[in-house]
Write a protein that binds this ligand. Structure first.
Ligand SMILES: Nc1nc2c(ncn2[C@@H]2O[C@H](COP(=O)(O)OP(=O)(O)OP(=O)(O)O)[C@@H](O)[C@H]2O)c(=O)[nH]1
Length: 360
């Protein structure tokens, strides 16, 4: 039921020939980066449902053993490929290229690709893949948009490696969407902007709630500039900030996953998160089987101690089963399992009479 981040896998022999799909121009790619829970999937769904006339293919890289994001992306299964078993920025870089190739050859109809990196991905490896000349006839990096959680950006702020990762995610981007401004006041917003501007100069920042950003600034903008990557390296060199590879970052995270056929009490789950979830759990998400609504799949989203619960489709032919993943640093997995176990409906029934559904 528990695991660390997957260890690096042996990469296949590197390609020597340029990758070309005959008759095809390089397909533009927008890379979505940003720390756990910042809003990448929210933005992705917004783009997929937007009026842009583009036929979009999607690559999703999630953390943990179960790819929950794939469940939460609105209905384009056939043009979506999930990258599992590792982080897109290092362990599965060849997998990334193979998946992109698969996505582009699978159907003639894709004319734009969006890659959602995992929230723990260091952008360097991904950017380097796109700068590799072997792939330049296949793909063109159009832009890198980094989502920042304006409320949660300073969570666990004493953790230097964590701050560094967040800054690198921002530093490699050509646009920052400062998201969740609905959750903070004007003063906090200014503090976040000052923090970003203090560390990184001349980054374009757009404030947003629920990633409501005009599509014109996100897609087919041709903003990616390799010179910016060079400048980022130079800046890091001057500030001696380089992380010496993703391994350093990867080591600060642990993942946990949980599965059960027994139904949850949503109220108990929400209360448990509010009162007891350790601050060292940065992100938790899943698809839940709930006693409150046993016929429908329930999406569970936890960022810090905020919980969002939403009804998805009916279980239909699928056996109702809860799958939850969490990521954080230095937490006790058994303790976490116990806390979730205690939020199961029957466990709750022993302590409280049953309560109504609250989807707020
Ligand atoms: N209040 C508020 N909630 C938001 C906003 N944007 C996103 N959320 C919520 O934040 C949670 C995380 O959003 P996601 O889009 O899944 O974040 P993510 O960056 O894809 O997360 P991971 O990749 O799983 O780390 C979800 O519950 C969203 O509904 C916002 O502007 N305001």
């Amino acid at each position: 039921m528990t695991e660390h981040l997957a260890p690096p896998i042996l990469a296949p022999a590197p390609r020597t020939e340029p990758l070309v799909i005959p008759g095809r121009d390089p397909v533009p790619v927008t890379l979505l980066t940003g720390f756990l829970g910042a809003g990448k999937t929210t933005l992705l769904n917004r783009i997929l449902n937007g009026q842009h006339g583009l036929r979009v293919g999607v690559l999703v890289n999630d953390f943990g053993a179960i790819n929950i994001d794939a469940e939460l992306i609105d209905g384009i299964e056939e043009n979506t490929i999930n990258l599992t078993n590792g982080c897109v920025c290092c362990e599965i870089r060849d997998d990334l290229v193979n998946s992109l190739e698969q996505l582009l050859t699978r159907t003639e109809t894709i004319d734009y690709v969006i890659l959602e990196a995992s929230g723990v991905a260091d952008p360097e490896g991904i950017v380097m893949t796109f700068l590799d000349q072997r792939y330049e006839k296949l793909l063109r990096l159009d832009s890198i948009t980094c989502l920042v959680d304006a409320e949660g950006i300073f969570a666990d702020g004493d953790n230097e490696a964590l701050n560094m990762l967040k800054l690198r995610q921002i530093g490699f981007a050509d646009l920052v969407v400062l998201n969740k401004v609905d959750l903070i006041g004007a003063e906090h917003l200014e503090v976040v902007k000052e923090w970003i501007n203090h560390h990184l100069h001349r980054i374009r920042i757009i404030d947003a709630t629920r990633c409501d950003v005009p599509l014109e600034v996100l897609l087919a903008v041709g903003r990616f500039d390799p010179a910016h990557v060079v400048a980022q390296y130079k800046r890091e060199g001057e500030n001696q900030e380089h992380l010496h590879g993703h391994g350093t970052v990867g080591n600060i995270f642990n993942t946990w996953s949980y599965e059960t056929d027994r139904p949850f009490s949503l109220e108990a789950l929400r209360e448990m998160v509010r009162r007891e979830l350790p601050a060292s759990i940065y992100r938790c998400k899943g698809v839940v089987f709930a006693a409150d609504s046993p016929d429908k799949r329930i999406a569970l989203q936890i960022v810090g101690r905020r919980t969002e619960i939403a009804e998805l489709d009916a279980w239909g032919d699928r056996t109702p089963r809860t799958q939850i993943v969490a990521i954080g640093s230095s937490f006790d997995r058994q303790e976490l399992t116990n806390k979730f176990d205690a939020s199961l409906a029957h466990a709750e029934a022993q302590m409280h009479p049953s309560s109504g559904i609250d989807y707020s």
